[in-house]
Ligand binder design. Structure first.
Ligand code: PLP
Length: 291
């Protein structure tokens, strides 16, 4: 399938040295890949994948984009923003019931004019399939959309040719799969956020479908930060959020980048480490209890 991506972001994203954080963590070198600064809709990793999924949708003649997620889904917010940019309608199928007060990503979803369908406990995929429109899969991940992160890996190699380890949050898996397809499994360290029942199997299947098969055992997946489950705010995450903010003025999110950074703090990989900041800041205002 050779459909060119639709440009939705601002490229390349910066790669910034994090000198004070490197000292605080006793790392040889630490760089931050600023994929929180991808431009559209507040930015985040989902834009690189949406460039591919939206190209498929437009080619298929879609007039409405439909996608699914948790109430604080960054992917849902950015799909709504991409639809607005492309002059399409958008329906977001979100888990649970409408909260009494909209917060975080949900405020932004509503600002875009997207229709929000609350699915309760029903399977999100089934509710999405019943909507009128082109369905972009959970988390924006498909083998085709993951090409967006193969692009990011090539971009990184021009910015830091001898990079050692890229640390990245693993949700639906497309971001890590795209990076592994270019950098290989040794140089990508995925931090499981608890979004998938079997992250290793999903990653391996995606990579096989992308034409870059790997031995599932070779994938570096750190499961230490899942805690009580997806989106639960843990102490290591609180500490990671504070450390990044206090040393570099860098804000992370509680569900994805906070977990990935907490794992980096614990694992402290040697050599040139790149932390992929995949965005998600609005989620902080949706999950973090006040005070
Ligand atoms: C901020 C942020 N970082 C990382 C991820 C994980 O990306 P992926 O779903 O491609 O594994 C997500 C997914 O929702 C996200 O919102």
């Amino acid at each position: 399938m050779d459909i060119p991506p639709i440009p939705l972001g601002t490229w390349p994203t910066p790669l910034e040295p994090a000198l004070r954080l490197a000292v605080a963590l006793n790392l040889d070198e630490l760089w931050i890949k600023r994929d929180d600064l991808t431009g559209l809709g507040g930015g985040g990793n989902k834009i690189r994948k949406l460039q591919y999924s939206c190209a498929q949708a437009v080619k298929a003649g879609a007039t409405t984009l439909v996608t699914t997620g948790a109430p604080q889904s960054n992917h849902a917010r950015l799909t709504a923003a991409a639809a607005a940019r492309l002059g399409l309608r958008c329906t977001l199928v979100l888990r649970g019931e409408r909260p009494a007060t909209a917060r975080g990503n949900l405020i932004l979803d509503e600002l875009t004019g997207a229709t929000v369908v609350w699915a309760g406990d029903a399977p999100l995929d089934e509710v999405a399939a019943a909507q009128d429109g082109y369905v972009i899969p959970f988390g924006g991940t498909s083998a085709f959309a993951a090409r967006g992160y193969a692009d990011c890996a090539r971009e990184l190699l021009t910015q830091l040719p001898d990079l050692g380890t890229v640390v990245v949050a693993l949700g639906s898996g497309g971001t890590m799969a795209g990076l592994v397809s270019v950098l290989g499994p040794e140089r990508v360290y995925g931090v499981d956020t608890g979004a998938l029942p079997d992250a290793r199997a999903t990653l391996a299947a995606l990579l096989a479908e992308m034409g870059s098969p790997v031995d599932p055992a070779a994938l570096r997946i750190d499961g230490s930060q899942v805690g009580p489950g997806y989106a639960a705010l843990t102490d290591p995450v609180r500490e990671a959020l504070a450390l990044a903010a206090r040393t570099e003025g860098l804000f992370l999110d509680p569900t994805y980048t906070g977990r990935a950074f907490a794992a980096l703090c614990a694992a402290r990989p040697a050599g040139k480490v790149v932390f992929l900041h995949s965005g998600g800041l609005p989620g902080l205002f949706g999950v973090m209890p006040p005070g």
